[in-house]
Design a protein around this ligand. Structure first.
Ligand SMILES: NC(=O)C1=CN([C@@H]2O[C@H](COP(=O)(O)OP(=O)(O)OC[C@H]3O[C@@H](n4cnc5c(N)ncnc54)[C@H](O)[C@@H]3O)[C@@H](O)[C@H]2O)C=CC1
Ligand SMILES: NCC(=O)COP(=O)(O)O
Length: 379
């Protein structure tokens, strides 16, 4: 990667001190406001517009319009300028778009929304996904990763994609998380294990198994997978979130964490040995803990991240607690990736009802994590 420009640069002493001053459990309070827009030079964030039939374009436009109010770090959209202009007209947003490139985006960002064009076109059909857009949606993700890997972008922030239209077009990955790991692995020449984390104001939740049917969870769950996920979570919480010794709560799979084997043996045979292995590595892990009592306010004070055994065990509490403020972060990658926690919301695309809060949080968190990452690289 290229050396970090000044905005992301930190001396080790300086970044360590700031990390230690963060409260353990609430990243919102820990997030320093991104530097003011007048601080130059900076690396922009690469934002993919996601499925153009969804709300990705709406929230990208709305986020840019709120850039000063939210002190947003500069970003450019990897998308189609005609599609974005069309959506801006539909929404009645008088936003000037500018064809740009990552090197000019910071300068362009102040007065215009920089758009780095794709080779593939995207058509504007709000609420009506088209397989014709699949190539452009995938290209945007690939280009964002290439920019993050080359250092042209400080991080990648992805707009929501609907999985099914991409599967229909031959996309072979369950979601961004797995595709980003594949691209990262290609770039660095070795496999990359991605870990999904939903990070909100009062909860960080990590699903150990991700986009698989519920019926497949018990057989996919292994001690090794839980240990690897816990290890990556602890490492990234320390390196990027500034939590020197993260506390990891490990949820059980079964009701009451199996009730001593009476409600399933997985917690005894698989989860418990994983917790012991993490502890043996010096990681502050506890569990298996009954999942039904893991997410109330007092329980959340006792850990920095909850390791959950399947998608909905993690994402239901995260979205129930703070749907508009939670951010999807991929841990374990050689670059920073964040995303809003919500999906394409086709029903509200182009209507003006889409809220950009989660994208705003994703942009701010990406800048903060990239800054922490650069601090480590520069040290
Ligand atoms: N990061 C990503 O790319 C994600 C993609 N998805 C995909 O999105 C598609 C739709 O998924 P759903 O389960 O329907 O979830 P969804 O998050 O798109 O929508 C759930 C409900 O919340 C509303 N909603 C969501 N975000 C909103 C916002 N910013 N402002 C106002 N209302 C909002 C929607 O209108 C809908 O009523 C699926 O194909 C799924 O695969 C889902 C989650 C994340
Ligand atoms: N439910 C979360 C989700 O679908 C987002 O997944 P990803 O596309 O970020 O892997």
């Amino acid at each position: 990667m290229t050396a970090s420009p000044r905005w992301f640069s930190k001396t080790k002493a300086n970044s360590t001190r700031k990390r230690r001053s963060c409260p353990r459990n609430i990243w919102k309070n820990c997030a320093r406001k991104p530097a003011s827009l007048s601080v130059e030079p900076q690396r922009p964030l690469a934002l993919t517009s996601g499925d153009p039939s969804g709300i990705g374009p709406d929230i990208a436009l709305a986020a840019w319009a709120s850039r000063t109010r939210h002190a947003l770090p500069p970003f450019y959209v990897l998308g189609d300028v005609d599609q974005l202009s069309s959506r801006a007209r539909t929404l009645g947003l008088p936003i000037e778009l500018k064809l740009s490139d990552p090197g000019s985006a910071v300068r362009d960002f102040e007065a215009t929304l920089p758009v780095v064009p794709l080779r593939n076109r995207l058509i504007d059909r709000a609420g009506d996904p088209s397989p014709a857009n699949a190539a452009g949606i995938i290209e945007a993700i690939e280009r964002g990763v290439a920019d993050a890997m080359s250092g042209a972008a400080g991080a990648i922030v992805t707009g929501p994609i609907a999985k099914k239209p991409l599967y229909d077009a031959g996309f072979a990955f369950p979601g961004h998380t797995e595709f980003l790991a594949h691209l990262a692995g290609q770039a660095i020449g070795k496999p990359v294990k991605p870990v999904m984390m939903l990070a909100g104001p009062s909860l960080r939740a990590v699903p150990v198994t991700i986009h698989i049917p519920l019926a497949a969870v018990p057989s996919a769950l292994t001690t090794e997978l839980i240990v690897e996920t816990g290890r990556i979570t602890a490492a990234d919480l320390a390196r990027r979130f500034g939590i020197a010794r993260p506390r990891i709560a490990v949820a059980g799979l079964n009701p009451h964490a199996g009730e001593d084997g009476a409600m399933g043996r997985e917690d005894i045979d698989i989860v418990h040995p994983a917790v012991a292995a993490l502890q043996a590595e010096g990681i502050d892990a506890r569990g298996p803990l009954p999942a039904d009592t893991l997410f109330h306010a007092e329980a959340r004070q006792a850990y920095d991240a909850a390791l959950c055994m399947y998608h909905d065990q993690a994402l239901i509490p995260a979205k129930a607690l703070a749907f508009d403020e939670t951010v999807n972060v991929t841990l374990g990658l050689p670059f920073v990736r964040t995303s809003p926690d919500h999906g394409t919301a086709f029903a509200v695309a182009g209507t003006g009802a889409a809220r950009a809060n989660s994208l705003v949080a994703a942009l701010r968190l990406a800048a903060r994590l990239a800054e922490a990452e650069a601090g480590y690289r520069d040290a």
